[in-house]
Every structure is written in structure tokens, then in C-alpha cells.
Design a protein around this ligand. Structure first.
Ligand SMILES: C[C@@H](C(=O)O)C(=O)SCCNC(=O)CCNC(=O)[C@H](O)C(C)(C)COP(=O)(O)OP(=O)(O)OC[C@H]1O[C@@H](n2cnc3c(N)ncnc32)[C@H](O)[C@@H]1OP(=O)(O)O
Ligand SMILES: [Co+2]
Length: 134
């Protein structure tokens, strides 16, 4: 069912500092910061030849990464995003198999303008999983 690894997300305490390391030290192609109010994060995307890295900074009072950053003050790998051909079919199969879909279970529009869903980390060996419609 799952396709490409769309991105690996890293939550960071200082988005500018993290982006600068990728841009200047690693020589990567780094996007501008973009606020994602519906998700409570600000994103920076780093384009690699085979996938992307998503740097996440907390946005607003109720950011879903606030607690994660309290536990990991220096930052850390936050989630993996896999592409699926049809997100509703994928969701229904996951729910039928007992996987916990986070939030209200309905896809939101993600950073690439496509529907996304998040799956509980306890159902995937301690890894938060995002699904993005390909
Ligand atoms: C823009 C968009 C895009 O790319 O398109 C994005 O990515 S937005 C990216 C940001 N959005 C999201 O993350 C949305 C989905 N996330 C959520 O709903 C939440 O963050 C949860 C994953 C449910 C965690 O919620 P919260 O931090 O309030 O709960 P909690 O601290 O009580 O954690 C419950 C248990 O899950 C573990 N836990 C929490 N976050 C985790 C993570 N990122 N990876 C692995 N485990 C994690 C905790 O250690 C804890 O385990 P123990 O019980 O063993 O201590
Ligand atoms: Co993501």
C-alpha cells in the first residue's frame, strides 16, 4: 500500500539555525520558512535527490510539537511521511486493522497542498507516521 518516502521530519528549537546548517554546511537546497497554521508548525523543506527533509518549528500556543521539544530540547526526528495512492482507501484499511488515526480521522491539507493523515506512534514501533496522498 505505501509508496515513496515523501519526507523525514525533524522538530527543531531554532528553525533558522537548523536551516542554515543544511544550507551552508551541508550545501543542500533549502526552502523558505512557511507557516502552516492548520498544523501548528512552521516548515522548511530540504530537497534531496531521493526524498525531502522537513524541519519543523513550533507555531502558536497549541503546537503538536511543543511537548516533543520539551522532551527533546535539542530537537529530534519527529515523523516519517509515506505516500499513498488513495488516502481514504488507506485510512479505511488501517482503521479496519486496528491502527489509530490521530485527530478526527479526516485528512487535512498538508504542506504540499495534498491530503495528509497522522497515525499513532505506538502502532508503528514508536514512530509517528504521516500519510500523504501521492
Ligand atoms: C505540515 C505537515 C506536513 O508535513 O504536511 C506536518 O508534518 S505537521 C507535523 C506536526 N503535526 C503532528 O504531529 C500531528 C499529529 N501528532 C499528534 O497528534 C501528537 O503529536 C501525538 C503524536 C498524538 C503526540 O501527542 P502529545 O505529544 O500530546 O502526546 P504525549 O506527549 O502524551 O505522547 C504520547 C506518547 O507518544 C509518544 N510520542 C509523542 N510524539 C511522538 C513522536 N513524534 N514520535 C514518537 N513517539 C511520540 C510519547 O513519547 C508518549 O509515549 P509514552 O506514553 O511512552 O511516554
Ligand atoms: Co510532515
Amino acid at each position: 500500500m505505501i509508496g515513496k518516502l515523501n519526507h523525514v521530519a525533524i522538530a527543531v528549537p531554532d528553525l533558522k539555525a537548523a536551516a542554515d546548517i543544511y544550507r551552508n554546511t551541508l550545501g543542500a537546497k533549502v526552502s523558505a520558512e512557511e507557516e502552516q497554521p492548520e498544523h501548528g508548525v512552521t516548515t522548511v523543506f530540504i530537497e534531496l535527490p531521493n526524498t525531502k527533509i522537513e524541519l519543523l518549528g513550533a507555531l502558536g500556543e497549541n503546537s503538536p510539537i511543543t511537548k516533543f521539544l520539551e522532551r527533546n530540547p535539542g530537537g529530534g526526528i519527529h515523523h516519517l511521511c509515506y505516500e499513498v495512492d488513495d488516502i481514504m482507501t488507506a485510512r479505511d484499511k488501517l482503521v479496519a486493522d486496528g491502527i489509530r488515526v490521530l485527530g478526527d480521522g479526516e485528512p487535512k491539507t498538508g504542506a504540499h497542498g495534498k491530503p495528509v493523515l497522522f497515525l499513532h506512534p505506538k502502532d508503528f514501533s514508536g514512530t509517528l507516521v504521516e500519510l500523504e496522498q501521492a
